[in-house]
Design a protein around this ligand. Structure first.
Ligand SMILES: Nc1ncnc2c1ncn2[C@@H]1O[C@H](COP(=O)(O)OP(=O)(O)OP(=O)(O)O)[C@@H](O)[C@H]1O
Ligand SMILES: [Mg+2]
Length: 248
């Protein structure tokens, strides 16, 4: 079972994107999944509503809750579902603090962009993790570098990794998520990025298919494996002509 909290202090870093992708992918591999949206913006909730309206299957169950009793909801959902994914929003809120003390959590993912403005917020987050560990000693928080540049010459990601490695209470996800329009197109369609790239691939003319690499899906599958410990078989899902095992 995986109980994964996506939360942090910085807005717009990809918490909802990460939450909905992990939740849909877990559903696609046959898990019974609950997505818990604790952010008043309701981004994850809206995504699920749009997906349900479109009739896309599978659609994870979604709950929305606010206030200090989020940890109780996590306990209750953990008993009824294989996996629970929590989107706690982008600020130091009562919902975030309440989620962080839930003993059922298997991982907290804190997405940040590789920029000083984002990285600075990790110093406070590191302290918050330390405080939460007083109540929840098993709390494991990992920073996920998101929206990273795909430009090889840009070294910002390396600097961000070095910054995170200095933190005392927060670890780092091995997976890195890059800035790719596929994430936005997928969310607009209420799809996970693996679904978006699968549809994109099947609509391609044969000559284009030969050189296509579903890059966003590859990195999201890597995160999925790291966070839930489950393999998502992308070759089989997209039915690619060329195996991408080597790339993964
Ligand atoms: N890897 C990515 N590449 C490109 N665009 C992205 C990526 N991740 C997220 N986005 C886009 O950035 C915007 C913010 O993403 P998202 O809503 O997931 O962030 P958030 O951390 O949940 O924000 P908030 O703090 O407001 O809850 C959205 O428009 C989303 O489509
Ligand atoms: Mg959000």
């Amino acid at each position: 079972m995986a109980v994964i909290l996506c939360g942090g202090e910085k807005g717009g870093t990809g918490k909802s994107t990460t939450s909905v992708n992990l939740a849909v992918m877990a559903s696609l591999v046959g898990r019974n999944v609950a997505l818990l949206d604790c952010d008043k913006q309701g981004t994850s909730r809206n995504f699920i509503d749009r997906r349900r309206d479109k009739g896309t299957l599978p659609t994870p169950d979604c709950y929305q809750i606010s206030g200090k009793h989020v940890y109780k909801e996590i306990a209750s959902l953990s008993e009824r579902y294989d996996d629970v994914i929590i989107d706690a929003g982008g600020q130091d809120s009562v919902e975030l603090r309440s989620s962080m003390v839930a003993p059922e959590l298997t991982l907290m993912i804190s997405p940040v962009q590789a920029s000083a403005f984002d990285l600075e917020t990790l110093i406070k987050m590191d302290e918050l993790v330390e405080t939460s560990q007083v109540y929840n000693p098993e709390l494991l928080c990992k920073v996920l570098i998101t929206r990273a540049s795909t430009h090889v010459k840009i070294k910002k990601t390396d600097d961000a990794i070095a910054f995170v490695n200095e933190l005392e209470n927060i670890k780092r996800c091995d997976s890195v998520i890059c800035e790719r329009v596929a994430y936005q197109y997928a969310s607009n369609n209420a799809d996970a990025v693996v679904e978006y790239e699968k549809n994109h691939y099947s609509a391609m003319p044969p000559y284009k298919k030969k050189s296509y690499t579903p890059k966003a899906s590859i990195e999201m599958c890597s995160l999925f494996k790291e966070a839930l410990g489950i393999e998502f078989n992308l070759n089989e899902f997209i039915d690619l002509e060329t195996s991408i095992k080597e790339v993964v």
